[in-house]
Design a protein around this ligand. Structure first.
Ligand SMILES: C[C@@H](O)[C@H](N)C(=O)O
Ligand SMILES: C[C@@H](O)[C@H](N)C(=O)O
Lengths: 165, 165
C-alpha cells in the first residue's frame, strides 16, 4: 500500500487519565468505560499495553471540560475495579502524524519518535493505526514539536508528501 | 459526526511484544523503533499507556514470521534502553471493530469491552482511533469473540449498521 502523509495535527483541549493497578481480568475495561459512557463522557484515545503479573494500567484521554465529572465517576469506581491509583493530567497535548498506509511503513513511527526524542520531548502515551500515529506530550512542548515534525516530514514545503512503498 | 460500524475484523498472524521497565525519558521509544525499522520489521499497533514513577512499558504487535529477528534485535537493545524485561506472546489474535466516527460515540468501546468481558475474554491490549477499536486477546477465543461481537453490533444481520449521532 502506498504511504501518504497528509499532515501533523495537535489537540490541546484533552486531559490524560490513567487508572493504575487494576486486575487484568475480564470485565474490568467494560466496567470503566460503561461508567464513563453512561455519563456521556467522550473518551478519545484508549491505550492499554500488556500487563505485568496480572495487573494492568489503562490510560485514555477526555476533553478537559469533562475532568470534574470523570473524576467523580472514577473515584466511585475505584473500589469496584480494585484500582490502586487514579491519575489526571491536564498539562498535555496530543500530536499526531496523519496519513494513510502508515502501518505498513516501519519508518514513520520511528521518525516521529526520533524527532520528538532528539528535541527532548518525552512521549507519555503512544497509540498507532494505519491512518494516525498519536503521541501524548507535555503541553508546553506542543508548538515546538509541531514545527519539528513538520520539518522532518517535509510538510513545511508545499503540498503533501507521497512516498511509494 | 455520524457513526458507522462497517465490520469486525481479526488478525491471527500477529505476535505481541512488550518491552518492560524502560526509563520514561526522551529518546527511548525512538531507539527501539529505529532498531526494528532498520531491519524492516513491520510494527503494527504500538501502545504505551502513561508511566508509573518514571518507568514505562511499551507493547506492540509484529507479524509472527518476524519474531526471531525481532527477538535478536531487542535482546541486543535491552541493555542500551535499560529494559527490565522483554516478553513475547504468539498466542494472540487482534479483534477490531471497524467503522467511522467512533471517537465521538462513547458507547462503542464500552460495548466491545462488555461483549468480550461477559464471555470471559480477557483484553490484553487496547488501541483506539476514530476508525478502529482493537483489542488483543487470547488466540483460542478469537472465533467465539468474533461471533459475539457480530451479534452485539447487529452485524450478523444484512448490511451495515448506521447510527445517527
Ligand atoms: C485490564 C482490563 O483491560 C482487563 N484485562 C479486561 O479485560 O477488562
Ligand atoms: C517510554 C518512552 O516512550 C519514552 N517516554 C520516550 O519518549 O521515548
Amino acid at each position: 500500500e502506498d504511504l501518504l502523509i497528509t499532515g501533523v495535527t495537535s489537540k490541546m483541549d484533552e486531559a490524560k487519565i490513567t487508572i493504575c493497578g487494576v486486575p487484568d481480568t475480564p470485565g474490568i475495561a467494560a466496567k470503566i468505560f460503561k461508567a464513563l459512557a453512561e455519563e456521556d463522557i467522550n473518551v478519545n484515545m484508549i491505550v492499554q499495553s500488556a500487563s505485568r503479573k496480572g495487573i494492568n494500567d489503562i490510560s485514555f484521554t477526555i476533553s478537559q471540560s469533562d475532568i470534574k465529572d470523570a473524576n467523580n465517576i472514577l473515584q466511585n469506581l475505584m473500589k469496584d475495579v480494585k484500582a490502586k491509583d487514579l491519575n489526571f493530567d491536564k498539562n498535555i497535548g496530543v500530536v499526531s502524524i496523519v496519513g494513510m498506509g502508515m502501518a505498513s511503513h516501519p519508518g514513520i513511527a520511528q521518525k516521529m519518535f526520533e524527532t520528538l526524542g532528539k528535541h527532548g520531548v518525552n512521549i507519555q502515551m503512544i497509540s498507532t493505526s494505519e491512518i494516525k500515529i498519536s503521541c501524548v506530550i507535555e503541553r508546553s512542548k506542543v508548538k515546538m514539536a509541531m514545527q519539528k515534525l513538520h520539518q522532518s516530514f517535509g510538510l513545511d514545503k508545499v503540498g503533501k508528501k507521497i512516498l511509494k512503498g
